[in-house]
Ligand binder design. Structure first.
Ligand code: 4AD
Length: 469
């Protein structure tokens, strides 16, 4: 690497400097001249009289560390965006703006940055749409930095939630031969044509990227009672909407011995609220940035969701509410027809902007695995969707059909009997009432942060006509 030193002042050998992250440096409230080394990227440069002020960020926190150097440092090579290593003394800052600052003895530019050509401009607040053009650089902005740190924190919080509730984490496969949702939104997996195979097909059966880990989780729930998975899922949905991706992360849980949707909804609400509270308490500055600059006013909306009990209405009640609405919908709400985004939006508003569970959908609208409610001519299944403000459907779940003969009938109705013999076996060998759900992780982040477009809460969004990088 090309090193360019801005200073000749060496760090005394007998006092080696320990590397500190910016976050740890900022947290050193009793700083009293310890020698430390900080590495990161220059976020701002200002020279005042004989002093040079830099702000360096390494992604460990939203806040940057102030570096103070005397103006003999060659500020010409210190540009916005360049990467640097700074050795110096960590001291209490005389300014009220920060607790500590680093008094530089040596600043080394590790990688230059041509600030004029750099698409991210100093002191500019770029719109998220602009940043989407630069998936390889946008993580260096405050906005994406905060969102992605929150994403990381929420991931850990979700794992903790399940661990603390006694769930076993299962790695469900990415490549699968089933289409769990039966919607046909599958990406087929085939080896590149350069690979010569003795057989005509690599797996001997058509294989796809998973649309859901549910069926594999159901296998595991037959041994571990409470299981979850949290991984990428893929849908070949021809949609460029602000809430659809071709590759997204799903949090899925499956619980044995549950007999009512109530039990499932309790876990779903617990997961939503516990994860949000953990994120709020572990990264308050990052959340504040989102709630202040990306989605002004969202703090109150989130608090409202967290302090109220989620509501429950049936699909039939939902249709009645929509039919009585003064608003005209593009799609006329009718019993037996799926809820559209406009309907979900209306229902959430009607329910006072509190998340609302919609339960018991018509059997004809849902996949083969949902439990028959046996409720007469309307014929519904024990399905549950959670609708949330700003996003619409966030969770989808159900009680599963655990009764052999009912499931057999459902599979036959869907023409799946042959392919799902193994799934029927689960009902032959120690079947139990069970149920589960899936939550779209990006939609969850949108919901708690108020981010309008799903493409801004995932590091590398994939959607129709776009697979950058
Ligand atoms: O409602 P879905 O399709 O449910 C299932 O896949 C079940 N097998 C899950 C289960 O019971 N284990 O998807 C679950 C959630 C949706 O509510 C939504 O939040 C999210 O996954 N989702 C998407 N998120 C982003 N982009 C897409 N294309 C999505 N499709 C679904």
């Amino acid at each position: 690497r090309a090193l360019r030193s801005c200073s000749t002042a060496p760090c005394p050998r007998h006092r080696p400097s320990s590397r500190l992250s910016v976050r740890d440096a900022l947290g050193s409230h009793n700083a009293s001249g310890e020698r430390v080394k900080v590495q990161g990227w220059v976020r701002s440069i200002r020279s005042q009289k004989e002093v040079l002020f830099l702000h360096v960020n390494d992604g460990s926190s939203l806040e940057s560390l102030q570096i103070v150097a005397d103006s003999s440092f060659d500020s010409g090579v210190l540009t916005f965006g360049s990467s640097v290593e700074v050795l110096g003394q960590l001291i209490k800052s005389p300014s009220k703006r920060q607790n500590v600052e680093l008094k530089a003895e040596k600043i080394e530019v590790i990688g230059n940055c041509d600030a004029k050509a750099f698409p991210i401009k100093y002191k500019e607040r770029h719109p998220l749409e602009y940043l989407r053009q630069y998936p390889h650089l946008r993580c260096r902005t405050n906005a994406l930095g905060s969102i992605l740190r929150i994403r990381s924190e929420a991931t850990a919080a979700i794992h903790s939630f399940f661990k603390n509730s006694g769930f076993v984490h299962i790695h469900t496969p990415i490549i699968t031969s089933n289409d769990c949702e039966g919607a046909g939104e599958l990406f087929q997996v085939e080896p590149s044509s350069k690979i010569k195979l003795p057989e005509e097909n690599f797996f001997n059966v058509p294989a796809f990227l998973t649309v859901s880990g549910q069926l594999h989780l159901e296998v595991m729930s037959g041994a571990f009672t409470q299981v979850f998975t949290f991984g990428p899922t893929f849908r070949a949905e021809n949609s460029q909407s602000r809430r659809h991706l071709a590759e997204f992360y799903m949090v899925e849980a499956e619980i044995s011995f549950v007999e009512s949707l109530q039990d499932l909804m309790q876990v779903m609400e617990g997961l939503f609220k516990t994860t949000a509270m953990t994120v709020l308490s572990n990264c308050p500055e990052d959340v504040e940035l989102c709630h202040k600059f990306i989605a002004p006013g969202h703090k109150d909306r989130l608090e409202h969701m967290l302090k109220n009990n989620f509501l429950i209405i049936s699909y039939t009640e939902a249709i009645e509410i929509l039919q009585q609405a003064s608003q005209n919908f593009t799609f006329t709400p009718e019993w037996g027809v799926d809820l559209q985004t406009e309907h979900e939006k209306y229902l959430v508003k009607h329910c006072g902007n509190v998340p609302v569970f919609v339960i018991n959908y018509p059997l004809a609208l849902k996949p083969f695995y949902m439990r028959d409610n046996e409720d007469g001519p309307q014929h519904t299944v024990a399905a549950v969707d959670l609708l949330v403000p700003g996003v619409g459907e966030l969770f989808g779940g159900s009680l599963r059909e655990e009764r052999y003969h009912y499931l057999k009938k459902q599979l036959a109705r869907s023409g799946l009997t042959e392919a799902y013999q193994w799934y029927l076996d689960l009902r032959r060998f120690g079947s139990v009432p069970h149920g589960g759900f899936g939550m779209g992780f990006e939609r969850y982040l949108q919901c708690i942060l108020g981010v309008d477009n799903i493409k801004d809460v995932i590091p590398f969004p994939r959607f129709t006509h776009s697979c950058l990088l």
